[in-house]
Design a protein around this ligand. Structure first.
Ligand SMILES: Nc1ncnc2c1ncn2[C@@H]1O[C@H](COP(=O)(O)OP(=O)(O)OP(=O)(O)O)[C@@H](O)[C@H]1O
Ligand SMILES: [Mg+2]
Length: 368
């Protein structure tokens, strides 16, 4: 079994890049505990830039995880002076009830939080998330978007963001793109750095994206999720009470199989389902005007009926939409007059309606 001393010795190998002092000497390591093969600790960060925090967190987990006798490492991110590692008021021995909604602490000025998710990868989540966020902002609302796809952050490229986020008062200032506020891990780390995550780290990262980012007052905050039903989905719905989820799928059966799993997971987490978006529904040949259902027909509607939720949109396969994503000027910005841009604005309108409908069904925590 590893000793506390052995853990501290390992962590002394990790230097803060700015001060060049090791993180133990800097007093960053708090609440260290070794229980059997499980080690947990908090890194009490002070003014470190976000990329440094992420890097130190990842390195600390790795170093401790490599020690003989250690099977599990839980590194939390805290702030200096804040007892971040302690619970949220559970009496000792009392089992924690359902995850406590803490949105009021994390993002008090955000009214609606919308996750854009899917069962399968590559079905167009990021495309839908980006164009939905832009469509919502065209109603005059203040909108933000978070790249919660920690494995493959695509938003900087899709939105054509430039530069790194600034800092103010120890918080990260989101980058502006086409009038919406954007935050992505891709803005903090270099292109070539591989992103290796463990469950607890995703959790603290998502918390950090909310707590440490200066979102200000927003009507809508959209989350571009990684595909599937993994740690990010779980963490996000535990960290904040999501107003709802938009589920993106393509019409073919394999995608539908996965989307059912994903819907099931959000239902278990009590996250309201706003509806289904069927992407790449059909293709209209530019020369003949004929409609081709390349991935099959009616799949989105079937799933929507099965779960009693609306089919919010059917979006065609459209070369301009792909180009927009590749070039950092999404279709809603690039060709606002196109049918596809109009389809995204209609989607925005339906999402707004659904947010009201599900909110009236389920009392959301009041934000004081
Ligand atoms: N309706 C569409 N018409 C044409 N191309 C599309 C459409 N929707 C998405 N695409 C393109 O398909 C590719 C995958 O889309 P996108 O990155 O949005 O999917 P994703 O579900 O976010 O993928 P990942 O799971 O990798 O994050 C992109 O190149 C995108 O431009
Ligand atoms: Mg994506």
């Amino acid at each position: 079994m590893a000793t506390e001393q052995a853990v501290l010795d390992a962590l002394r190998g990790l230097k803060d890049p700015d001060s060049q002092k090791d993180i133990v000497t800097l007093g960053l390591v708090r609440d260290l505990s070794v229980r059997g093969s499980e080690v947990s600790l908090t890194l009490a960060f002070s003014g470190q830039p976000p990329a440094t925090k992420v890097m130190l967190h990842s390195m600390a987990s790795k170093l401790v995880g490599q020690l003989p006798g250690v099977a599990k490492v839980n590194v939390k991110m805290g702030g200096a002076g804040a007892p971040a590692a302690h619970g949220h008021g559970h009496a000792p021995g009392q089992a924690p009830a359902a995850p406590q909604p803490k949105a009021a602490d994390l993002i008090p000025e955000v009214r609606h939080t919308i996750a854009v998710s899917s069962g399968k990868g590559g079905v167009g989540k990021s495309t839908v998330a980006v164009n939905l966020a832009l469509a919502l902002s065209r109603t005059g609302a203040a909108v933000g978007i978070i790249d919660a796809d920690v494995y493959g952050p695509d938003l900087p490229l899709m939105l054509g963001t430039r530069g790194r986020p600034g800092m103010f008062d120890n918080r990260i200032i989101p980058v502006d793109a086409h009038g919406i506020k954007v935050m992505s891990i891709g803005l903090l780390v270099g292109d070539k750095e591989p992103l290796v995550w463990r469950g607890p780290m995703i959790h603290s990262f998502i918390q950090q994206m909310l707590r440490d980012v200066l979102w200000g007052a927003l009507e809508y905050l959209v989350f571009d999720m990684p595909p599937g039903t993994g740690d990010a989905q779980l963490s996000l719905s535990q960290v904040i009470p999501l107003s709802g989820v938009v589920m993106v799928t393509t019409p073919q059966d394999v995608a539908l199989l996965d989307v059912r799993k994903a819907i099931g997971m959000f239902q278990r987490l009590n996250v309201p389902m706003l509806g289904i978006v069927e992407n790449m529904s059909y293709f209209i040949a530019p020369d003949t005007g004929n409609r081709y259902h390349i991935f099959g027909e009616g799949g989105g509607q079937r799933v929507a009926d099965e779960y009693g939720v609306p089919l919010l949109a059917q979006l065609p396969l459209d070369p301009e939409t792909r180009k927009g994503g590749d070039e950092g000027a999404p279709i809603t910005v690039r060709r606002p007059q196109s049918a596809q841009a109009q389809a995204f604005r209609d989607l925005g309108a339906r999402v707004i309606e659904r947010l009201e409908a599900v909110a009236s069904l389920r009392p959301l925590p009041t934000i004081s």
